[in-house]
Design a protein. Structure first.
Ligand code: CS2
Ligand code: MG
Length: 402
């Protein structure tokens, strides 16, 4: 089954997406998400200028060999751009295989290990009471697991707090918005948020929180300890994970479960975290960690150390990635939870899909392959618009993780 053509489709239905479409001589085509929020064109060029010419003439059925060919053949291995490009090719080839065998992708991954996939949504508010209302809305929508993020008193804006009803997955047009940060204000505030949420909603709902790489290890240990009475499902990205061993310090002080990995793009970026059981959930996603093929390797390593999956699923990962993720989630044994930020109607019109959400759980559907398509005509109506993620500075002006 020879690959005869491939193209990169960049569109912006409310936010930028990069999609690879691979076509075979049999007329079967596959899709892969290649979106890297804020640096989209780097991946689009990596694919169209360097990878697509190598794909023409290759056998689309040779998924593993193509993965190794693109990984080892580049010499300059790993990194978010390279691994997002390889991921897009990998997902597209799995999509083609499913379509050519008339089987939904999860059936090719070993079949279903569960009936449905537990997901969590993003509730946020400018203050505690607005966040309580947002969590109540998500509960009403049927979510059993809800991430809660709130504005911090004294700070003009902070990560994770949407503006109005629009979901919070910024990439702002033309220039990175500046936000301000104070770890002290955050550490003093965050326990009061979860005390209020548990008082309002009781012990039932799974509550999650994303620190978004902003604390030092000892600060993260303090916050993890302070949140223990509210038994979070997880505390995410408590400290930057470039130095994986820094999580040893956090682990020594708190039993609050930890989740890391959305910025990891290979097994090597999270190997120590997994093998030393420094985390409880690995957040790597199909689109940024080398596709289905590599994500399975990470999950299989994690299984040995009783680390479960909790893949990233924000709105800057396209419905093509969400579809592939749900097939992976349905099948992988050590599944934990899947992030699911609903895409806008605009986006969903460009990417019609088989996956469904109901009462806090999802299913990828039974369509062959990934079960997501792209309406190219509609996509063309939304041309790329340069956009940047925010940058974050401490109150004294020092650059800090956003
Ligand atoms: C976040 C993301 O969903 C999450 O856990 O960390 O919103 C992240 O900020 C964006 O995907 C960055 O593009
Ligand atoms: Mg996160």
């Amino acid at each position: 089954m020879k690959i005869v053509d491939a193209k990169v489709i960049v569109c912006c239905p409310g936010r930028n997406f990069v999609t690879l479409k691979v076509m075979t001589e049999d007329g079967v085509y596959g899709l892969g998400d290649a979106t890297l929020n804020g640096r989209e064109l780097a991946v689009a060029s990596y694919l169209s200028d360097h990878v697509v010419p190598l794909l023409i003439g290759r056998d689309a059925r040779r998924i593993e060999d193509t993965w190794q060919y693109l990984y080892k053949g580049a010499y300059w291995q790993r990194g978010p751009v390279t691994m997002s490009a390889i991921a897009a090719v990998d997902a597209a080839l799995w999509d083609i295989k499913g379509k050519s065998l008339n089987a939904p992708l999860y059936q090719l991954l070993g079949g279903a290990s569960r009936e449905t996939v537990l997901v969590y949504g993003h509730a946020s508010g400018v203050g505690i009471e607005e966040t309580v209302q947002a969590v109540a809305q998500y509960q009403k929508a049927g979510y059993k697991a809800i991430r809660a993020q709130s504005g911090i008193p004294g700070l003009p804006s902070t990560y994770g707090v949407g503006r109005g009803s629009f979901y919070y997955e910024p990439a702002e047009k033309n220039a990175p918005p500046q936000s301000r940060w104070s770890s002290e204000a955050y550490m003093n505030f965050i326990p009061t948020l979860f005390a209020r949420l548990r008082k309002e909603f009781g012990p039932e709902p799974h509550l999650l929180h994303d620190v978004h790489h902003r604390l030092t290890p000892i600060e993260a240990a303090r916050v993890g300890k302070s949140l223990e009475p509210y038994h979070l499902f997880w505390m995410e990205d408590p400290t930057p994970a470039e130095l994986q061993e820094s999580f040893r310090l956090i682990r020594r002080h708190t039993t609050t479960p930890l989740a890391v990995g959305e910025v990891c793009n290979s097994i090597f970026d999270c190997q120590t975290l997994i093998q030393e059981q420094l985390i409880d959930y690995i957040r790597t996603a199909v689109v940024h960690s080398g596709g289905i093929t590599h994500l399975r390797r990470i999950a299989n390593l994690a299984e040995i150390y009783q680390v479960r999956t909790g893949s990233h699923g924000a709105t800057d990962l396209s419905p093509v990635c969400m579809g592939a993720a749900l097939h992976f989630d349905l099948s992988v044994h050590n599944f934990g939870i899947q992030e699911y930020m609903k895409h806008t109607d605009e986006t969903n019109a460009v990417f019609p899909h088989a996956y469904q959400f109901e009462h806090g759980i999802m299913h990828p559907g039974e369509k062959p392959g990934i079960g997501v398509d792209i309406n190219e005509e509609l996509a063309a109506k939304y041309p790329y618009q340069r956009a940047y993620l925010p940058v974050n500075r401490r109150l004294d002006g020092t650059m800090h993780n956003w």
